[in-house]
Design a protein around this ligand. Structure first.
Ligand SMILES: Nc1ncnc2c1ncn2[C@@H]1O[C@H](COP(=O)(O)OP(=O)(O)OP(=O)(O)O)[C@@H](O)[C@H]1O
Ligand SMILES: [Mg+2]
Length: 503
């Protein structure tokens, strides 16, 4: 007797429909599983046997063959338990085949027949909707599946529950999308006293999507400032929220209480993080921090402490907005378009250039410390900002600064100008290529002469030249100006702290 059930496998963040065929034939009892299953799927056999028996059904005592098709894509994870059990139950006529043909099923089984949550259900739900299937999901995953419009969802708690519902003897439960968002505490810029220069740089970074580096002595507020970028970025659009939530779903990090991400992610991994943790990977590939920061901020605090390899591997996502992970059996791609913010001390002891503290480092040590982050990574950071120690006068005065929501209003206006320029809300000044720079960053003769002089005097590279133009474009947008004028340019030139030679 042959039967089939449908499910989906997630590769990267996309789900593909997979057909589970189960055949029960006479012959020596046995169970073979074919069709490129991975280790986790192979283990299903034992769980299936126990779950079906403990659910109160007969487990076939004949020869069982289960095939996963198409055979050329790797089947990964534990979500195949439920569709395999369904196919076997259809083969033994417990479930009607014609009902299974209209459903996509996903879920892991425990030995007693309970259905446990699976990863990547949001991606599976989008695929189910696209192909007009009804979706059978573990009860815990129902809220994330419910984010997808025009999709009928059947949450199940156990194998027996699924059989009762699919046989029409029990009504499925209604799924509620949690409607009240959990308010996340995002620190406010008003808590930072003084540091107007750094705050302004933060606003420019938010407006144009520029990567940003803070450099300054210990305790000057670098970490504090960086953590406040999230609060001045524009809110996520529904499409962006769905895109990022899909990544969290695949990583198994989506909360049933709040399945749709409400604010831009802010990820701050510790410097001891592994390459796989940062970029993604592992034997069962999972998205890394760069993907969890998709449409948000990746903050690397104490940059020189990160291993060089890890920093080098940031090049691909910074350039292409995605990461590709290759393993022997499969290659997956995860989205990874994030804004990078990094912080560092100017030298090993932290006080190089501080007028109030003598620096203990030799100039060679300072150079060696900075060389840890030289090259490709630094190339991709538009704004280098010096954060000096806070003045006691600023701290003592206790005057709080402008609140984040005021700054965010200006950021949103500047982003609107960019949307008109590029015809695409996702494209920002920081993403401009050389052609676009030539088109949108034309300078007056006066501007040209200012930039030329600056490049000579500060010995700036051609690369720095382009970065200055992009930043100047954003500053002009914040100023609601169609042209880049000399004050915009002069301000942009200030944000090249690390391009200047050490003195
Ligand atoms: N401008 C400021 N306004 C208010 N508080 C500040 C300011 N700067 C620093 N602080 C206080 O000092 C503490 C340390 O700041 P923070 O951790 O951001 O420094 P840092 O520059 O990251 O130092 P390190 O180089 O050691 O990492 C903050 O928690 C805050 O209490
Ligand atoms: Mg810090």
């Amino acid at each position: 007797m042959l039967a089939r059930a449908l499910t989906a496998t997630v590769i990267g963040v996309e789900a593909f429909v997979v057909e589970v065929e189960a055949d029960i034939s006479f012959g020596l009892p046995g169970f073979s599983l074919v069709g490129l299953p991975d280790g986790a799927v192979k283990e299903s056999k034992e769980r299936l046997r126990a779950a079906i028996k403990n659910g109160g059904y007969d487990f076939p005592t004949h020869r069982i063959t289960v095939n996963l098709a198409p055979a050329d894509i790797k089947k990964e994870g534990t979500g195949f338990d439920l569709p395999m059990a369904a196919a076997l139950l259809a083969a033994t006529r417990v479930l009607p085949q014609e009902v299974l043909d209209r459903h996509l099923l996903v879920g892991e089984l425990s030995l007693d027949g309970r259905v446990k949550p699976a990863r990547g259900v949001l991606s599976v739900a989008l695929t189910a909707q696209k192909h007009h299937f009804r979706l059978v999901v573990p009860h815990e995953n129902a809220p994330e599946a419910a984010l997808v419009h025009d999709l009928e969802i059947i949450p199940v708690t156990s194998l027996a529950d699924m059989v009762e519902i699919l046989s029409g003897r029990r009504q499925p439960q209604q799924v509620m999308v949690p409607s009240c968002p959990i308010l996340q505490e995002i620190p406010d810029l008003a808590e930072v006293y003084g540091q107007e220069h750094a705050k302004r740089a933060l606003e420019i970074a938010a407006a144009g999507g520029h990567n940003l580096l803070f450099i300054g002595p210990p305790g000057s507020g670098k970490t504090m400032l960086a953590r406040r970028l999230q609060g001045i970025l524009p809110p996520l659009s529904y499409e962006e929220a769905l895109e990022t939530s899909k990544i969290y779903s695949v990583a198994g990090l989506l909360s049933p209480r709040q399945p749709l991400l409400q604010s831009r992610p802010f990820r701050a991994p510790h410097h001891s993080i592994s390459d796989a943790g940062l970029i993604g990977g592992g034997s069962h590939p999972r998205p890394g921090e760069v993907s969890l920061a998709h449409n948000g901020v990746l903050f690397l605090d104490e940059l020189p402490e990160f291993r060089r390899n890890a920093l080098e591997s940031l090049r691909q996502p910074l350039e292409e907005g995605e990461v590709t992970i290759s393993r022997s059996a499969l290659t997956v791609t995860y989205p990874a378009r994030f804004q990078l913010v990094v912080s560092m001390n100017p030298c090993k002891c932290g006080y190089f250039g501080d007028p109030h503290h003598p620096c203990q480092c030799t100039s060679q040590e300072v150079r060696r410390y900075r060389n840890k982050i030289s090259g490709p990574l630094l190339d991709r950071i538009d704004l280098h900002v010096e954060v000096p120690a806070v003045k006691y006068k600023d701290l003592g005065a206790g005057r709080s600064g402008e609140p984040s929501r005021e700054v965010r209003k200006r950021v949103e206006k500047a982003r609107l100008r960019q949307k008109e320029r590029f015809g695409n809300a996702q494209r920002l000044n920081s993403h401009m290529n050389n052609l676009e720079i030539r088109k949108f960053c034309a300078l007056s003769p006066e501007g040209q002469s200012i930039l030329e002089k600056a490049c000579q005097r500060l010995r700036l590279s051609a690369r720095a030249y382009h970065r200055i133009l992009k930043v100047a474009r954003t500053i002009a947008d914040l100023d609601a100006s169609a042209e880049i004028r000399p004050p915009h340019l002069l301000e942009a030139i200030q944000y090249r702290a690390l391009d200047r030679p050490l003195v």
